[in-house]
Design a binder for this molecule. Structure first.
Ligand SMILES: Cc1ncc(COP(=O)(O)O)c(C=O)c1O
Length: 350
């Protein structure tokens, strides 16, 4: 047997070593989920699903969600495309833009899925290192890629590039620019305004983070009708199930709950940043719901192992570029306190 995918790129996607889902003591702060529940409107909408909605195939073009999202974002419904999580939208984009002669470009370090998708599609990658100040690297502007992905705010660094810089990039590159805004709910600005000026830009959103819907799997993209049409050609017919479409529309309409949810995370982000800095960790300001930090006292690997033994799951990358760093999802107050207490114990700080 022979398969095309080079599976040595990333072996453990979506897998948390040691984690048991039914462990009541587990604190899972390694995949940037939201610790708070989704809007109550989500549960009411799910309870209202009738047998027709379950028996039939779901809407192919996510009509209800498109209507709600076009209102919220003041765009046309046909500028919106929905996916089974933001990850599916990335898959669609790479599928419709890239092949062995049409490369994918992105600054590194960034979201680990991009090179995986490129490998599956057998397309070359142009990886440009972020400079120390995290402005868009100059080499990215004159790349010949068919698709450039800018994760903004970036994962796993938590940094944010100003919209005017992203506009310069959109202006200069020849191909499509996808701005992956999976974490934008926790930032102070976003790139939606670029859609008025550029028809080579698509903005990708996830409802896994700010809307607490990671388990239902929903993401959406907003772009020019030209890009959306190309993506529609490669999507599965019924790519988002009926329950998820209904829940996502309900969550998006509840602006008060969303704002409250994001506010609580930002407050906890400040607390956790402060707590880690007090332990001597180097913690740059984050524009997301996670912190990328360099520990003090012990190595990142040792701290990761000690926390795992205590059923506290964080992310340790063990790569050259992210050497001795840990990525920690901002949890609830209880989770963050438990983490800080465990760290004090591990570091023997009184
Ligand atoms: C940078 C980035 N983009 C996209 C996604 C996709 O999120 P989802 O598929 O849960 O919508 C993630 C998930 O963690 C992410 O970190």
């Amino acid at each position: 047997m022979s398969f095309t995918f080079r599976d040595n790129i990333e072996k453990m996607r979506g897998y948390t070593p040691g984690f048991q889902p039914d462990d009541p003591a587990a604190i899972k702060i390694n995949t940037n989920e939201n610790p708070f529940p989704p809007s109550p409107r989500v549960f009411r909408a799910l309870a209202r699903l009738d047998d027709e909605a379950i028996r039939r195939y779901p809407p192919v073009h996510w009509d209800e969600f498109r209507r709600v999202a076009s209102d919220v974002h003041t765009v046309e419904p046909d500028q919106i495309i929905c996916g089974n999580g933001g990850d599916e939208l990335l898959t669609m984009l790479v599928r419709c833009c890239c092949d062995s002669n049409r490369p994918l470009a992105y600054p590194v370090p960034t979201y680990s899925l991009y090179p995986v998708l490129a490998a599956i599609q057998n397309c070359p990658t142009i990886e440009v290192p972020w400079p120390d100040d995290f402005h868009i690297p100059a080499e990215l502007h004159d790349n010949k890629a068919a698709l450039t992905i800018l994760c903004n705010p970036n994962a796993p660094t938590g940094t944010f590039v100003p919209v005017s810089e992203v506009a310069d990039l959109a202006r200069q590159i020849e191909g499509v620019l996808a701005v992956d805004e999976a974490y934008v709910d926790f930032a102070e600005d976003n790139c939606l305004s670029l859609l008025r000026e550029f028809d080579n830009v698509i903005i990708l959103r996830s409802m896994s983070k700010g809307y607490s819907l990671a388990g239902l799997r929903f993401g959406y993209g907003i772009g020019s009708a030209r890009i959306i049409e190309a993506m529609l050609k490669v999507k599965d017919s019924y790519n988002v199930n009926a329950a998820t479409q209904t829940a996502a529309a309900a969550a998006l309409t509840d602006r008060d709950y969303f704002n409250k949810n994001v506010h609580r995370i930002k407050k906890q982000r400040d607390r956790l940043t402060h707590g880690l800095r007090k332990l001597g960790f180097d913690v740059p300001d984050s524009h997301t719901n996670f912190l990328l930090c360099r520990p003090a006292g012990l190595s990142a690997q040792k701290i990761y192992e000690e926390l795992t033994q205590r059923h506290i799951y964080i992310r340790y990358f063990n790569t050259e570029v992210l050497q001795n760093k840990l990525r920690i999802t901002v949890g609830s107050a209880v989770q963050n306190d438990a983490l800080l207490t465990a760290l004090r114990e591990i570091l023997s700080v009184k």
